[in-house]
Design a binder for this molecule. Sequence first.
Ligand code: WT7
Length: 635
Amino acid sequence: MSNYHIKQFEEYFQVYRKSVRNPEQFWEEIAEEHFVWRKKWDNVLSWDFKKPEVKWFEGAKLNITENCLDRHLPTRGDKTAILFEPNNPNEDAEHITYKQLYARVCKFANVLKEKGIQKGDRVCIYLPMIPELAISILACARIGAVHSVVFAGFSATALSSRINDCDAKMVITSDGSYRGPKTIDLKGIVDEALNDIPGIQSVLVAKRINSNINMKAGRDYWLDPLLEEAYSDCNAELMDAEDPLFILYTSGSTGKPKGMVHSSAGYMVYTAYTFKNVFQYRDNDVYWCTADIGWITGHSYIVYGPLANGATTVMFEGVPSYPDFGRFWDIVEKHKVTQFYTAPTAIRALAKQGTEHVEKYDLSSLKVLGTVGEPINEEAWHWYDENIGKKKSPIVDTWWQTETGGIMITPIPFSTPTKPTYATLPFIGIQPALMDESGNEINGNQVEGRLCIKFPWPSIARTIWGNHQRYKDTYFSAYDNMYFTGDGALRDEVGYYRITGRVDDVIIVSGHNLGTAPIEDAINEHPAVAESAIVGFPHDVKGNALYGYVTLKDSGEGRNHDNLRKEINQLITDRIGPIAKLDKIQFTVGLPKTRSGKIMRRILRKIACNETDQLGDTSTLLNPEVVDDIIKNVV
Ligand code: WT7
């Protein structure tokens, strides 16, 4: 009925009011009218943020792939579901129809079963942006296996720790990947990761670059011959509403990455509903999100949200700079893309190239532009609006997180008046709150505080895999009865929200969430290093870049610091991945510490940001003299 598709600003307010006055009734209507269920729920919502526990649609039985595939077959079987655009622009794009996708997912699901994967087992997926990535995700969901996708830019160490953490039985990978002009030996990285994990029963290998790789007998299998023999129908496993659908790791400010667990029913309902409205998707549109499926943006808004709506979703294997900086716009023109969703860092990188690459292409198909991942600065917003949207395509600045599963604060295009750098208003059903440091809610407008959410929404992550206590400590302990986001935000005079950035030790670099602790751990592994501290500083393309302060065991006389810098960055690349490399490394005589021995990152941040006039009182430090020394030697 009407509430599924919001078309006007007035309507947004009406539906919003309804959704917060009576959330159960609201979400029940949406769930009832727009999804297929094998059995309806007994209870719409039960929740307790103190435990914390949230359950939506308890008692319901479903399979998300029946909503993403089966139900579309009679009406849009021959419509393109996935439009695959390869890295090489001279290779043909592949149009995978709903019928074909259904058959490929079923075949893949049968291969998983044949290799012993059962409902509830964890399967780790380490693939580039090729159709097999989306297909393997859906195949897991088909049989009730819990997928855990690891972004294929992560290192062997990062991969193995994620495989271990969720105790995966199987890894799905490829012989390699294309990235612009380069190829990457993904299988080699998997082999290295699995050196210490004998428990892995099988590795399925998709063929992409035809490289000569090592296949371990009895463990590694080429996918193609298995798929060829597999049957193209596979019964969808009956899942409980609250059964886990997937695990996706995200960095925390301390400790190892957190395996966020998402459920089946609530996640499906919320991602589908947000997709429809935030992108105003209509039947013949061609929607393109440039994220990698290895991040939550790809899970929710390349795979599940679009497919649940029967949409055509573009999957791009390559990078924005190959063969040149016009590639995105070439793809928009070629496939007549109607919705385009990307990250501020990509916009800044493209803006830097000027408009010559943009002007060559016809972008008139575009209707809605989106951004996600970090605050978008005003300059990038205007560049996007003027040069890509030609001032006629609304920009949806969508704020959300791996933990929230779906978009939380966003304009509704053609309804909500946009405002540069503002994510504007809460989506339907979302109840934000700004909190002060002593735990009180800040009411009224023109205020700033820490962003919390007061009431559960269907796609909130249910726990951290294997560590519910950490889930409670991280998100539900800072403020009573609230989900704490870790972000700061302000609310302007009309109630629009602007996200100001992280208030914890997470730094967002090129839209990737990086915790400082794991990077410092990697640096400290270097035999010459005594200790280190990482902070972020502004960068014109990446948003933030990383500045590392490193104290050596001996004061470093006679050492070649440039070599040491390389070694440190190599360690970070090995332990985490190239995305976590430091832009600047300063060797220090010591790090500023409180009397209890805590490193004062606040001071280091000011120095890295060139704001030494705002250091505040440093006299209470244990070692104020190091601050002057650090300031003198900034790099
Ligand atoms: C953090 C979550 C979920 C999308 C990909 C990132 C920052 C995200 C915005 C935005 C300002 C944003 C926040 C958030 N963030 N979108 N539109 N404006 N900041 O997911 O890796 O879980 O990171 O990204 O700081 O907490 P993630």
